[in-house]
Design a protein around this ligand. Structure first.
Ligand code: COA
Ligand code: AMP
Length: 644
């Protein structure tokens, strides 16, 4: 294990981490009550933590607040009106746009007023199916202003996924755009939106559609409304919506994430806990001060985008960069350094996969040397395990601390990280460092008993979870309890496996369920299997993640065709690839379907996924004692030849 102290001399003499973390566990209410002073409350909480509410208790019970007020109005009122709040940088359209706090507030007030005209009120759901444009941020904040619950659906998901979310969230309104832009390809959103609404049984009252000049779309009469016309009229008429007070425990948003079955889980984020935790993290974890420029290179469709493109930096009074582009190819592997230097970002947050893509194109870091990165202090990585070679390369090239940190859609902010603001701890490559305040992270065996240092087990979080973490799943308390709380009583199950070392550093090694991580995107193989199985020629199938040099993992589907199918397997494989793209979306990166005569199974009929994965990954493997027929594994090896 590679233990590095004093990385690039940036570890402050002594870190306050241990004292702060210990206090957060010994006196959680005192700790979070103090952190809550950074938020403007309409009415402070009557109970900082109320164990009698919700599935495991609720934070800031009795508190009344508005998230949008904290993100915008208070900064405008207190001297940040002319500070840039949002920089939209889009190499895909060749544009950079800036909105000050006052301008962003103006836009949000107008859109919120428009939404009110459509009848949107506190508690109503609004789905946003939007590309990475400033209007998406305006829309999220407009919902927050009204106490409406937004649910952002990532643009890389197909119509069926959008339909599932429409049916679960039952939105009054959908906000969308004519298109998204991917390198070399314009993604038409409107046909996907129309198809999703057709598939869904819950129909929205209306859709507000942003026409992008790159590709406009036909509007559906009496359902679709032109965003720009509504905006113009609202601004001309001086329409502005005020902030609606909401309970701290009211939902701010629902964000769907892959579950262990094909049906996504609607992670609920409440207003109060989220405000306090995310605001706390901006300085204490990320080391960013109000007024500084921060860049999170994710997409607003993911939790990282919610917390750190939109809410975190704005709650903190920082300037947030929103990037519509890729790490490579827009136009080259210097894109990230151009953005950091042009906008003078002090810290940047992305996924390790992006660095693997850059390293492949620019191993010597030549592009890095072309830019002035003198303001840049820290790189944060999350979304998947930061593999040590990638971290080492980034450290050597950038000469700033590279900090891996671990979190989940469910938690909304970091579970384990290295707190820059509190004083960095020594970095150990392969570890996201230590639990953040409020998180008691344990590694347990099957009987929920903590195991000793350096012993692998299930990683769990002692209840209650800290503020910011999900209180439940949307309209599914029982599923929440069943999926997260029942297996290890008294704990939240992360579904990640790993260990802690003798210094308490957490090592997150992989999932214990069917989730795979493809380019930092979380996908359920079970969900993909459902799609494969729906093909009329498929008798049986298995999808698993196989190693990929850039994306970490990519899905690989094995198919057994029905007896009597005469068509060439390659034809069916192509159809399967197209089917996953059509039903789940391009984000699945499902490009590999392989026909086999049978799937290797145990005598009790369980598919030997672990062994198949090892064969596909070229790792050594041993013949499972329980195998039904050892020859089936040789057949897998043969079928994989030349395919992975
Ligand atoms: N709308 C429509 N399609 C999208 C999309 C969106 N918002 N985002 C991605 N896609 C498509 C891509 O065009 C690609 O389609 P293709 O199969 O036609 O090429 C497919 O989905 C897979 O996309 P992606 O995973 O982004 O792969 P890529 O090959 O385009 O790029 C990386 C690879 C590594 C550069 C890219 O994955 C990346 O930058 N990842 C960072 C991940 C990240 O920030 N995650 C957030 C968690 S912190
Ligand atoms: P998501 O909910 O999409 O953010 O995905 C969460 C999952 O991604 C976690 O449960 C982990 O499996 C994985 N993950 C995220 N960040 C890290 C990290 N820093 N190290 C290891 N795994 C990570």
């Amino acid at each position: 294990m590679n233990v590095r102290g004093n990385v690039q001399g940036n570890v402050n003499g002594k870190s306050r981490y241990h004292e702060v973390h210990a206090r957060s566990l010994a006196d959680p209410e005192g700790f979070w009550a103090e952190a809550a002073k950074e938020i403007d409350w309409i009415k402070p909480a009557t109970k900082i933590f109320d164990p009698s509410q919700g599935t495991y208790g609720r934070w800031f019970a009795g508190g009344v607040v508005n998230t949008c007020y904290n993100a915008l109005d208070r900064h405008v009122e207190r001297g940040r009106a002319d500070q840039v709040a949002l920089i939209h940088d889009s190499p895909l359209t060749g544009s950079v746009a800036k909105l000050t706090y006052a301008e962003l507030l103006n836009e949000v007030q107008a859109l919120a007023a428009i939404m009110q005209d459509f009848g949107v009120a506190k508690g109503d759901r609004v789905i946003l199916y939007m590309p990475m444009v400033p209007e998406a941020v305006v829309a999220m904040l407009a919902c927050a202003r009204l106490g409406a619950v937004h649910s952002v659906v990532f643009g890389g998901f197909a119509a069926k996924e959008l339909a599932t979310r429409i049916d679960d969230a039952q939105p009054k309104l959908i906000l969308s755009a004519s298109c998204g832009i991917e390198p070399g390809r314009i993604v038409q959103y409107k046909p996907l939106l129309d198809e999703a609404i057709k598939l869904a049984s819950s129909k929205p009252k209306a859709c507000i559609v942003l026409q992008r000049p790159q590709l406009t779309c036909e509007m559906t009469p009496s359902r679709d409304y032109d965003w720009a016309s509504l905006r113009r009229k609202a601004l001309n008429d001086g329409k502005r919506a005020a902030c609606v007070p909401v309970a701290a425990t009211d939902p701010l948003y629902i964000l769907y994430t892959s579950g262990t079955t094909g049906v996504p889980k609607g992670v609920v984020r409440d207003n109060g806990g989220h405000l306090v935790a995310v605001k706390w993290s901006m300085f204490n974890l990320y080391g960013v001060k109000p007024g500084e420029v921060w860049w999170c290179g994710s997409d607003i469709g993911w939790v990282v985008g919610h917390s750190y493109i939109v809410y975190g930096p704005l709650l903190h009074g920082a300037t947030s960069v929103m990037y519509e582009g890729k790490p490579v190819g827009t136009p080259d592997a210097g894109a990230f350094w151009r953005v950091i230097s042009e906008h003078k970002a002090v810290a940047f947050f992305t996924a390790p996969t992006a660095f693997r893509a850059i390293r492949k194109e620019d191993p010597e870091g030549k592009f890095i040397r072309q830019y002035d990165l003198s303001k840049f202090r820290t790189l944060f990585l999350a979304g998947e395990r930061a593999d040590p070679p990638t971290v080492e390369w980034a450290e050597q090239q950038l000469k700033v601390p590279v900090i891996d940190h671990w979190w989940q859609t469910e938690t909304g902010w970091c579970i384990a990280g290295n707190p820059v603001g509190l004083g960095m701890l020594p970095v150990k490559h392969g570890s996201p460092t230590v639990p953040m305040p409020g998180y008691q992270v344990d590694v347990v065996d099957e009987a929920a008993k903590p195991v000793g240092p350096n012993t692998m087990g299930s990683i769990v979080i002692k209840l209650p979870m800290p503020p910011g973490c999900l209180p439940t799943l949307w309209n599914q308390d029982e599923r929440f309890k069943e999926a997260y709380l029942s297996e290890f009583p008294g704990y939240y199950k992360t579904s990640d496996a790993g260990y802690k070392d003798e210094d308490g550093y957490v090592f997150v090694m992989g999932r214990t369920d069917d989730i795979i991580n493809v380019a930092g995107h979380r996908l359920s193989t079970g969900g993909m299997e459902e799609i494969l199985a729906s093909h009329p020629d498929v008798a049986e199938c298995a999808v698993l993640g196989v190693k990929d040099a850039i994306k970490g993992e990519v899905p690989c589907g094995f198919l057994v065709l029905k007896a009597g199918v005469k068509r060439p397997p390659t034809e069916i494989e192509k159809e399967i690839v197209a089917l996953v793209r059509d039903k789940l979306g391009p984000v699945a990166a499902f490009k590999l379907a392989i026909t086999v005569g049978r799937l290797p199974k145990t005598r009790s009929g369980k598919i030997l996924r672990g062994t198949i994965k090892k064969i596909a990954d070229g790792e050594s493997w041993t013949m499972p004692a329980t195998i039904e027929d050892p020859k089936a594994l040789d057949e897998i090896g043969e079928a994989l030849k030349g395919r992975v």
